[in-house]
Design a protein. Structure first.
Length: 405
């Protein structure tokens, strides 16, 4: 008899009580629960993590941008090779992908509501205006590794997630009692032109760029419990010249913050719960579709304009020489690169192919395309489970795929 796939609740628990005049809000694996003002914050967040968790790996990825906003992505992976019958496990996951796509409303709305509750609590306690926007999700089978696996991703943009003090972006004031389970990891990425200046505690792995200043991401793996306000990272724009300055570490960053920042470190308790689960079902008898990708595009937090080359102080001739040394592609914005790529491919491309050609992450491409659509640069058409991206004058007919023979 075929064993149906059954995966319990999976959640990130960055937990505690969010103290307020009307009581507390605790965000747990089970959802958001109001607490009485006298109810103490849970001493140990571990019980809030579902004991029925059956994902092999769960990663929480936070990409921070110059304006302080961040894209949060929850990625859950299941390795088919760990099942008794890997072929059956993959077939069941593909069937689950179809079900997830067709019956997403309750699950996805819960994720959206919990994310908005989180941003509202963070706004109340830090004094920054925050919001949860640009929700996105995807489900696919990743066959690009030695052992294929099922991947589920859900994401949103948290505006003003980090504190911005001039050219310094500080991450950490919204964390209190952050806990990672043994099969969970947290990755912090420097988006746009940002680069890391200091971090605490030290990441668990080597820096991908050889040093903290050259790293594009840093990460921590479970099981571990963080102190309040940790992990904490300072970032600065790579064009600001602040990297490597004498003002490094927590003391240097705190000196320029507003007075409420000190108070926020003492009282902020913020948590998030994002649930992704399988519901029991029988495996299909027919061949499952090979392509189970499901993307929902959304906007991205705005990033500053890319700055041009600066003068070295030797006059306009040096600036001209430096500019001449740059290739045409290096001088192009991300939007220009996408337009050029689509034009080279006949004025129309699948979104997944843009991801492959640029080498950018799916979330970055999704947010970039949404901005371009809002500006009227491109148009998007949903055909089955694919997004078709077109330049003006190259739009396909809405009733059929332009890639049909």
């Amino acid at each position: 008899m075929n064993r149906p796939v059954s995966v319990g609740l999976v959640a990130l628990v960055i937990l505690a009580a969010v103290a307020g005049a009307s009581g507390s809000v605790v965000l747990t694996a089970a959802g958001i629960a109001p607490q009485s003002p006298s109810a103490p914050a849970p001493a140990d967040p571990a019980p809030f993590v579902s004991q029925e968790r059956e994902w092999d790996d769960t990663t929480f990825e936070i990409t921070v941008y110059e304006n302080g906003s961040a894209t949060w992505t929850f990625r859950h992976e299941r390795l088919f090779a760990n099942e008794e019958n890997a072929t059956e496990a993959e077939r069941n996951f593909r069937a689950f992908a179809e079900s997830f796509e067709a019956n997403e409303t309750g699950r996805y709305e819960a994720f959206i509501n919990q994310s908005r509750e989180l941003a509202a609590a963070g706004s109340q306690k830090t004094g920054r205006e925050m919001d949860a926007t640009n929700f996105d999700r995807s489900i696919r089978v990743d066959e690009g590794r030695i052992n294929p696996r099922g991947v589920v991703e859900m994401s949103f943009t948290w505006t003003n997630f980090a504190a911005v003090d001039g050219e310094t972006i500080v991450v950490g004031d919204v964390f209190r009692g952050l806990y990672l389970a043994p099969d969970q990891s947290l990755e912090l990425e420097a988006g746009g032109d940002l680069r890391f200046r200091s971090v605490s505690p030290n990441p668990d792995s080597q820096y991908d760029g050889g040093s903290l200043e050259n790293a594009t991401s840093i990460g921590w793996s479970g099981e571990q419990q963080f102190d309040d306000g940790r992990p904490r990272a300072e970032l600065t724009s790579s064009t600001s010249g602040a990297v490597g300055s004498d003002e490094q570490g927590p003391a240097g960053a705190m000196s320029g913050d507003r007075g409420w920042y000190l108070a926020a470190l003492l009282v902020v308790g913020v948590g998030i719960a994002a649930a992704v689960w399988y519901r029991r079902y029988g495996p299909g008898t027919g061949d499952a579709p090979a392509d189970t990708a499901m993307d929902r595009s959304a906007g991205r937090p705005p990033e500053p304009d890319v700055a041009g080359g600066s003068s070295t102080g030797n006059g306009a001739a040096d600036s001209a020489d430096a500019g001449a040394a740059l290739s045409e592609e290096e001088l192009m914005t991300d939007e220009d690169r996408v337009v050029a790529l689509i034009r080279e491919n006949g004025g129309r491309m699948k979104q997944v192919n843009i991801v492959e050609e640029t080498g950018w992450s799916k979330s970055k491409v999704s947010m970039l395309l949404s901005d371009m659509e809002d500006e009227g640069t491109i148009s998007k058409l949903r055909v089955g489970r694919e997004n078709i991206i077109s330049l003006e004058g190259f739009e396909p007919e809405a009733t059929k795929s332009p890639f049909e023979e």
